[in-house]
Design a binder for this molecule. Structure first.
Ligand SMILES: [Mg+2]
Length: 371
């Protein structure tokens, strides 16, 4: 059994509200869908959607890397899929492109799980796998009334955890937005904040001392991803638990963060880490030190979100809701996807990823076939 065809197609999806990033507001999410088809007619899907300000990879570089890698993947024998996963960081066209690697990693995992006739979650997690994954709803940096409205709407559907974007605004605005949200949803709902690297260490400590009054679950990436010392300082002084997000780039950076006790929680974005294999490696590092992880998607298409959902489900029960409901932020999607129901997302039970794309989607796709 071998891979007989690879197809690649770009997508561009509008966001309902502008999404703050370390690189300014994002208004559309662009990515690539990779499809690998085997001799038995199975197709494995993967998504590559670099997030502006999250590493150096761009939409163009991810696409260029994937096109080159496709020629290498077509003709690949099934008994070498696992080796291909392990060797992926060494594959030259995508070595410096984590989301492109993630697309290949997920498409191969999809094929492997389908070959084993189990869902991807079950393939990764075995018996303890969740059937549905509790998820938070993210509230962008909107005015206080809109934050309150979005929070109330989410809670009325059964959501128990909200994440509010902060930073990049005067501290008083952040406090007003958080106060409006907390007053709207009451004391029982978990509220976490995410500054996306917006603060200096001093600003972060000051802000978190103020925002702590509104009972926060944790604060994500208060300072720059490259400033380990700042994160250590903030964690020491902050009354709020600290989660590292953009700073978690791979197993090596996760080890450094934990070695320096720079974070109470690690955020794992399988796509940003280069796929499910690297995400599992970071997970092992966190578990060794009894540090909890939260899995999040990268506001990508249904394909990438499904991979993150399966990964989160494979971890079993969890203390924290995962950041997987980012599909709610998109104005449309490339295909239907499991959505939030009463605060959780049901995990597809079909073999593999459980996502299908209409044949229409592939019109004018870049294609490499066995000759
Ligand atoms: Mg974050």
């Amino acid at each position: 059994m071998s891979i007989v065809r690879a197809r690649l197609k770009p997508y561009s999806l509008p966001l309902r509200d502008p999404w703050p990033s370390a690189d300014g507001d994002v208004r559309e999410r662009k990515g690539w869908i990779l499809e690998l088809k085997d001799e038995a007619g199975r197709v494995g899907l993967g998504d590559a959607a670099p997030f502006p300000g999250f590493g150096l990879e761009t939409h163009a570089s991810a696409g260029a890397g994937l096109k080159l890698a496709m020629s290498y993947l077509v003709g690949f024998e099934r008994d070498r899929y696992a080796a291909a996963l392990v060797d992926l960081p060494l594959l030259a066209p995508v070595a410096a492109a984590p989301t492109a690697r993630s697309a290949i990693d997920c498409a191969l995992h999809d094929l492997i799980a389908q070959g084993a006739n189990v869902s991807l979650a079950r393939y990764l997690g075995g018996a303890g796998t969740l059937r549905e994954v509790p998820a938070n709803v993210t509230i962008p940096r909107v005015p206080p009334e809109r934050a309150a409205e979005l929070g109330k709407r989410a809670v009325s559907t059964g959501v128990r955890t909200l994440k509010l974007k902060v930073g990049g605004a005067p501290p008083r605005e952040d406090e007003a937005r958080l106060r409006a949200l907390r007053e709207a949803v009451g004391p029982e709902v978990h509220v976490r904040v995410d500054a996306n690297q917006a603060w200096t260490a001093d600003e972060a400590i000051q802000a978190l001392c103020t925002l702590a009054a509104y009972d926060l679950e944790y604060a994500e990436q208060p300072v720059g991803a490259d400033d380990l010392e700042a994160l250590v300082r903030v964690r020491e002084a902050s009354p709020v638990r600290i989660a590292a997000d953009e700073a978690v780039r791979d197993t090596r950076t996760a080890e450094m963060l934990l070695y320096r006790s720079a974070a109470d929680i690690l955020i794992l974005k399988p796509m940003a880490l280069g796929g499910l294999r690297e995400a599992r490696s970071v997970l092992n590092t966190a578990e060794e030190r009894h540090v909890p992880v939260v899995v999040t998607s990268l506001v990508e298409s249904a394909v990438g979100r499904a991979a993150a959902l399966h990964f989160a489900a494979s971890l079993g029960s969890t203390l924290y809701a995962h950041g997987l409901a980012t599909g709610e932020a998109l104005g449309r999607d490339i295909t239907s996807a499991p959505a939030l129901q009463h605060g959780s997302i049901p995990v597809p039970e079909k073999p593999g990823l459980g996502v299908e794309l209409p044949e229409d989607f592939w019109r004018d796709a870049y294609t490499v076939e066995v000759e």
